[in-house]
Design a binder for this molecule. Sequence first.
Ligand SMILES: [Zn+2]
Length: 481
Amino acid sequence: MRGAVRRISVSVAACVALVAAVAPVRAEDPARPAPRAQAPSGPCALAGPPDSGARYFEGVPTPGNFARSTGTVRAYTVFVDFPDAPATVTPRERYAEFFPAVSDYFARASYGRLDYRPMPRFSWIRMSKPLASYGIGRGVPFSPGYAALTAEVARAVRAEADPGAYDLLNVLVTPNAGPDALETVLSVTYSGGTFDFGRGAVPFAGSFVWSRQTGDSPWRVLAHENGHAFGLPDLYLDGGGGTTAGHWDLMDEDWGPANDLMAWHKWKLGWLGADQAVCADAPGTREFTLRPLSVPGGTKLVTVPLDGERALTLEARTKSALDAAVCRPGVLVAGVGTRVAAGEGPVRVRDATPGSAGCFRDPNVNAALSDAAYQPGQTFTDRAHGIAVQVLGVDAAGDYRVRVARGAQAVASLPPASEPLPSASVPTTPVPTTPVPSLAAPSERLPQQAAAGDGFREALERLRQAVCAQWWAARLPGCGR
Ligand SMILES: [Zn+2]
């Protein structure tokens, strides 16, 4: 399937031994105070399932036993190799694959509310046994393999590190250990429990990164894994089922061009101020101004709750350094289910152009959803819940004006939305030409199309997507969305 179908997620991530996690006292560094974090609250703060403590859900606020995602966060970063796979690069070279990019990403995406410090330990920790003896594989539980590996890390650093002083652990494995990312991706995060590093159990959030990704920004696999450490779920569908959020969020597609996190995730992570997340829970008609996520300040999120566990979210997305694949800027409408498990589509983008081939071509981008945003003059309607969202226009500052109607009466009495923008004024990204793969040879492994795949089935699905992305393929069987 598309690039991101390879994270080992929920079930695995919850497998760390769960023993009364107690928040540790962490040293603060007063030198660089981040802007004040805002925990989500109010009628739109829809909770996850009652027993979701150690699992990944979209509910807000995030349960307290994940790594915190605001203020100064210390990520103890260690390097691991194996007797049968000794490192072929230096720790600093491996480190440079991810930093400072990951820290910069979090600083920008959080609007300065997450001061992420990688805290590297620049030497390889040689595991005692060959890689195969740890039983590392896709979907394996933390114990025994990862537990044994982590215990060896703990022994190696015991004399020099206080695990209670760190918020999360990054284990960067030598890239020559295990299968290449073109074959399968082993990178995984375990969090939500505790681990005894030798001085008593401390809350544990550990991201293990194997191999190397392809694409424009391979460091993003670590940002994605750390997203789990902060409590975010995977958005792509388990079992190669595809994508429901496309390239609009790092927790769906973390290969290829840079992408931001959706506004709901920023709210969940505490990266929005109190006045930046608005709740549209009252009946009637209201208008809002949304500032694009790429521009600091302003309202970033309008949440339209549908019931106690489902909501529609509105946010403005434009092309930017963090959103390199935005080819049709506008207002993104998505459905969020706070009790839908990770891997089962907890966030589903509502496509403003269903059936279109999209406007961005990259092997790691779901093209069909790349033009999902609503533009001025367009209206999203959810008749089942009596909701309508009109995109009224863009003001001189680049902010989007939207009108939200709740209730059948309000929806029925809506005036027409603003005049659509002339097409010439809608910025678009030129679509690079992609060679059309031959349908006659679906088993051929295409270096680009299968880059992030996980074997034949995913290669086949990538081939299907590549073909369906062509303008002439919209009506072919199997190409509808
Ligand atoms: Zn993941």
